[in-house]
Design a protein around this ligand. Sequence first.
Ligand SMILES: [Zn+2]
Length: 418
Amino acid sequence: MSANKAPAQDNGSQVDRGMTQTTARSTRQSWRGQPFSLNALLPLITSSVVELYSERIEPLFFKNKLRQRLHAYGLSDRTLAPVLTIDCVQQCQCGTPICRKMITSYEETFSDFYSAARPHKRSQAKLTTLHAIDLNQYKSYDDYKKEIAKKSGNFVRDAKKAFREGYRVHLIEPSNHSPDIVSIHRSLKIRSFGLMPDAFFINIDHLGGLPKSFAEIQQPSCPQHWEYLFGVFADRPGYQQGAIQTDQHMLGYARLHRIGNTLFYRDFIGHGDYVAHGIMKLLHMEIMQWVLDPANVFTQDTSQMVYGAMERGSEGLFTWKRRSLFAPYLINLIVQSLPADFDAQDYLRLNPDIDNRKMPPEVHYKLHGQSEKRHYKISVPDDFDAANYLRLNPDVKCSPEDAALHYTKHGSAENRRY
Ligand SMILES: [Zn+2]
């Protein structure tokens, strides 16, 4: 759907650092193997700095931030926060590659959050707290708007003001607005969630070049797993993006994912010169109206809307999120189960093409192995005799230790005698 990155290719890390971290990783990968040049080196350096910051430096402040920020919600400890159940699969039956990728990568993402069930003894300090809106608390958009106005009148007022000034929000196909996306990313070098590597090197080629013809918004194939982008615009008659005339200047956008019962702000980014006009508040309010519309089939049966981790980002971002009613939650993560008899060692032996340094065998199975119908357990009949098997099948050239492996992989399907 998106011109630069389809959801299926994302790592799906949370949005506070998601922009920075995912970009850091994908940048590294995309430059690997290309001829050395200064242009290639610059993003590598900036993304390494960002990765260092979000992985090593920022967590040093989590403990203090956690205490202070929980206090803002009247909580003395995060174990007292309410629980949200996250089910990345939900009713999805279609199992398209996009569904599988989103499910697997988001299950990884959500396992970085402090959970209600698991003890998390080892690296407690690194686990962050889910910052989310419990959608079940609001029967309608009006309910949400009333609640937000009660707690922080400014937020709704600012959004209304932006609307009065002529700013408008609608769904977008990002390839129609690639030049605007580049200038939004370049408009600020440092944002409330840290340094922006994109700001230094993003260019139009990364987004597939200038628009040549108008592209339609693509409808997702699965109602439970999708990506939609929303833009906030100012009218500018005659405004061009490449070869197409949009008549509107895009000043900010949000990339919203649905993974099962959960909505997730993957990107939420505005142009530095316009954010003071309330455009991002308007963008969020309009998205919430879309989300809470009972007639919207794409958001039916969603339970929460997540915007990264409470500990991440500046005080400004935290205050913004608190005013729009994001709150700390413990998560109860329902993970897709592996087959009961799944054996990671066997899986690697049966599939020597898998490099377990790149991906744990469990993740590989969920992501690829299951749909490719790969074997995951060495199993032979009770009366299987390795020596006999090799004698009866002289074309099988393997050691007696590997006879069971060979039988599981080939012999059984080939009705070989044993
Ligand atoms: Zn699906």
